[in-house]
Write a protein that binds this ligand. Structure first.
Ligand code: ZN
Length: 588
């Protein structure tokens, strides 16, 4: 089986006439769109104009996607590909051009007073949500001059502070003592990976080195986080949002009551996770509770790692088919038609991702397959993303983008199918390893994310009045971790500096980039719980749900499978699945 992907369905090369032709076509379509956006009349036949917009904007999206994905995928498969790299930049410049015209169009639509509901029953019915969303967006856009000032000042404001943080962390080193009594200077990223070391002494030393290193830059990092969050508060206010959180929720198509309900359920289940951390402390031979530096300590032998790529493909196709034939066939097709680049080779990027190519109704998956069980679940995860894309592909391309809380629905669902199947076949040792990996990552997504959400809420609240000192930031982080981890961790050995090292807090466009993780995991688990309850009648509804994720609010997407996201029991059912795993783990 070929372990490299084939991109010919996009283009055969950067010199191919099709590629050059599409670049030119994109330019001329952009020009047409600019002219269209500039000449929009105050009155006129709005539905006709919207029809033109949908046709033109869809074509631009499809072209841009094809071009940028080809460049990006070529680059990821071979980072020495200079041509790919330069095309990525060139196409991004074109994307900027499109978004300027977008702003014009959005402002016109918002000002027109048009009610998208009147499109019901017409050929544009499918785009009602899209237009409604644009109108809401338009209400928060300021006048041209102010928008220009904001984007110029951001470059020397939040973006500059983010860069400074990147430089600080990128060049930060720590001193760690070695076995022979000497010490070694290492980059902070390397020191942090030692948290996974099998050696208890190493983990503790790395943690101490980390804490010492952070103290060297805490004042500068505090200045960065205060500036970035301060700017977010100012901008949210200027744009007419009640808070930065409201701004994020609008973007994510959801209401605050949903995350309140979700976190209320999470709070009830924290004791289960704490029991897991306590058990982990025991397994590590500790007399007291677990210190933060042992959270990632390995406690089991590694899960089975003798999968060939062919075995992995068969395993995935077989297990996916137990859910639905469609899902199984879809995966087989992806393996057989070279949609996946799984080979490990020099020059290729690390990690894994899936790129959905709506313009050609296909996907490509990048992975680095080494034969471990974890590598198998990674491919299953990415295939989930691809299947999500497949279900969306009969929509107009403007209805194919979904908000981040829904982004992991299909991927985690597929991962769950694989994990449940593997657990059924596994011996005790392997079961323990699979469960541990699963619970440990759920712990991060549930328990740690809860602490991050509490921290960021407190940070924004305090920042409204004044900047926070490094001591205050550490104090808020510690408080949040105690509220979340409780007696699961040793209160005296937490991680007060997570605010300094987690990059999410420093990206001005990523405020509250925490609750979508918890939402994603629990939503997918909740759907799986529904599937086990209702059996095969669920599959069709599930596929329909995926196909609607680009054109409904999150609440309305959930309604498709009769889920009320404001009902705490839905979240409790999801958490119950994790609780079952934890109980199994404790018994083993
Ligand atoms: Zn994913």
């Amino acid at each position: 089986m070929n372990m490299r992907w084939n991109l010919d369905a996009l283009y055969t090369s950067f010199d191919a006439p099709e590629f050059i032709g599409d670049c030119r076509k994109l330019d001329s379509k952009n020009e047409e769109y600019e002219n269209f956006a500039e000449s929009l009349p105050a009155g006129g036949n709005i539905p006709e104009l919207l029809k033109k917009y949908v046709a033109l904007r869809s074509e631009i999206t499809a072209l841009t996607e094809k071009l940028i994905c080809f460049a990006n995928l070529s680059f990821c498969a071979d980072t020495n590909n200079a041509k790919a790299n330069s095309y990525i930049e060139l196409i991004m410049v074109r994307q900027n051009r499109t978004s300027l015209a977008d702003v014009r169009f959005i402002k016109w639509l918002a000002a027109s007073g048009f009610d998208p509901e009147t499109l019901r029953g017409t050929s544009l019915e499918d785009c009602i949500f899209h237009f409604e969303e644009l109108i809401t967006k338009g209400r928060h856009i300021l006048d041209d001059q102010t928008e220009q000032i904001i984007s110029d000042m951001k470059l020397t404001g939040s973006s500059a502070w983010m860069n400074l943080h990147n430089v600080l962390i990128g060049s930060l080193t720590g001193e760690i003592s070695t076995a022979n009594g000497r010490s070694e200077i290492k980059p902070i990223s390397q020191i942090r990976t030692l948290a996974y070391s099998e050696n208890a002494e190493t983990r503790k030393k790395a943690y101490d080195a980390e804490m010492r290193a952070y103290r060297k830059v805490e004042k500068a990092a505090a200045a960065c986080i205060n500036a970035i969050k301060g700017e977010s508060i100012t901008l949210a206010r200027m744009r007419g949002y009640a808070s930065p959180l409201e701004m994020v929720l609008t973007k994510n198509r959801m209401e605050k009551s949903i995350i309140d309900t979700m976190f209320a359920a999470i709070k009830e289940y924290l004791p289960c996770f704490r029991a897991y951390y306590k058990k982990k402390a025991k397994m590590l031979g500790l007399s007291g509770s677990l210190p933060f530096y042992d959270i990632f300590a390995p406690v089991t032998t590694k899960a089975q790692s003798d999968f060939t790529y062919e075995n992995a493909a068969d395993f995935i196709v077989e297990k996916f088919s137990t859910f639905s034939r469609k899902l199984g066939d879809f995966a087989r097709n992806a393996f057989e038609n070279n949609w996946i680049d799984a080979e490990i080779r020099e020059g290729k990027v690390g990690g894994a991702f899936c790129e959905n190519l709506f313009a050609i109704s296909q996907s490509r998956i990048l992975a680095n397959f080494g034969g471990s069980y974890n590598d198998v679940t990674t491919i299953a995860h990415e295939l989930g993303h691809a299947f999500h894309g497949h279900c969306l592909s009969n929509n107009v391309i403007l209805n194919t983008s979904y908000p981040s809380p829904l982004a992991e629905t299909a991927s985690i669902f597929c991962e769950t199918i694989i994990n449940k199947a593997a657990l059924k076949e596994a011996d005790k040792e392997t079961s323990l390893a699979i469960l541990e990996a699963d619970i440990s990552s759920a712990g991060q997504v549930i328990v740690d994310i809860y602490s991050r959400y509490l921290f960021e809420t407190a940070l924004f609240k305090a920042r409204e009045t004044a900047p926070l000192s490094p001591e205050q930031l550490c104090e808020e982080m510690t408080k949040a971790q105690i509220a979340s981890y409780g007696d699961g961790l040793d209160e005296k050995v937490l991680h007060p500096y997570l605010w300094l090292i987690k990059p999410h807090y420093y990206n001005p466009d990523w405020n509250f980039y925490n609750f979508p993780y918890a939402f994603g995991l629990l939503f997918a688990k909740g759907l799986y719980a529904k599937y086990t309850e209702t059996g095969s009648s669920f599959t069709e509804k599930y596929e329909f749900l995926l196909s609607e994720t680009g054109k409904r609010s999150v609440t309305d997407v959930a309604k498709i499978v009769d889920v009320d996201l404001n009902d705490i029991n839905f979240w409790k059912n999801s958490l119950e699945l994790i609780k079952e795993d934890i109980s199994k783990f404790l018994d083993l």
